[in-house]
Design a protein around this ligand. Structure first.
Ligand code: C5P
Length: 203
C-alpha cells in the first residue's frame, strides 16, 4: 500500500534532516527531489542544455560529486524555473511517491504540484538568518571557505527565485502542517513531523 509524505520549504530550513528521520522512523523510502534539479544544474554548468539534461537524467547523475556546492544550488534554481525541465521530472517523482511501503519526498512543490493527494503535507520553514547560519556552518564543516553575509544573500536570492517563478512556485499547500524550525532543536522538529504522520495514519 502506498502512503506519501510531502515535505516542502525554503533552502536550509531543515527539510532534509526531517525527511530522513521521518523515513527512517516509519521505514519509508526517501527522495530528495532537490538532487534532481541539482543534477540538471550541474550538467548545465558542464554545457548540457537544461531540458536535455532533465530528459536524460540517470541514477548515476544523482550521486555525482559536487552537487552540494553553492554554485550548483544557484544553477539548480535557475533550471528549476524552466517548465520543460520540471515537466520532464514529474513522472519519476510521482512513481516514487506511490511506491509500495510508503515514501517521503522533500522539495519545493511536492504538496502543491507533484503529490497534491499526499496523505501528509508539511511545510518546513525558518527565518532567513537562521537558515543562512546553518548553511554557512555546513559549508565550513565540509571544508569550504564561506562568508556568512554572502551565504545569506545566496539563500535569499534562491528563495526569491523559487517563490517568484510562474511554474510551481514555492508555497505551502493549503492543508500543509507548518513547522517553523527557527527555535526548535532537531529532535523537537522531527517529533512534530512524526506526530503529524502518526496523526494521518490513525485517521
Ligand atoms: O533542496 P535543494 O536546495 O537541494 O534544491 C535546489 C534547488 O532545486 C531549489 O533552490 C529549487 O530551485 C529547486 N527545486 C525545485 N523543486 C523541488 C526541489 C528543488 O524547484 N521539488
Amino acid at each position: 500500500m502506498s502512503f506519501t509524505v510531502a515535505i516542502d520549504g525554503p533552502a536550509a530550513a531543515g527539510k532534509g534532516t526531517i525527511s530522513k528521520a521521518v523515513a527512517a522512523h516509519f521505514g519509508f523510502a526517501h527522495l530528495d527531489t532537490g538532487l534532481l534539479y541539482r543534477a540538471v544544474g550541474r550538467k548545465l554548468l558542464d554545457g548540457v542544455p537544461a531540458e536535455e539534461g532533465a530528459r536524460g537524467l540517470t541514477p548515476e547523475d544523482l550521486s555525482a560529486d559536487g552537487l552540494r556546492t553553492p554554485e550548483v544550488a544557484q544553477a539548480a534554481s535557475k533550471v528549476a524555473a524552466i517548465p520543460e525541465v520540471r515537466a520532464a521530472l514529474v513522472d519519476f517523482q510521482r512513481a516514487f511517491a506511490r511506491r509500495a511501503g510508503g515514501a517521503v519526498l522533500d522539495g519545493r512543490d511536492i504538496g502543491t504540484v507533484i503529490c497534491p493527494e499526499a496523505e501528509v503535507k508539511l511545510y518546513v520553514t525558518a527565518s532567513a538568518a537562521v537558515r543562512a547560519e546553518r548553511r554557512w556552518k555546513e559549508l565550513v564543516a565540509s571544508g569550504h571557505a564561506a562568508d556568512l553575509a554572502e551565504v545569506q544573500a545566496d539563500v535569499e536570492a534562491r528563495d526569491a527565485r523559487d517563490m517568484g517563478r510562474a511554474d510551481a512556485p514555492l508555497r505551502p499547500a493549503d492543508d500543509a502542517v507548518q513547522i517553523d524550525t527557527s527555535e526548535l532543536s532537531i529532535a523537537e522538529a522531527v517529533a512534530r513531523a512524526v506526530a503529524a504522520v502518526e496523526d494521518a495514519r490513525g485517521r
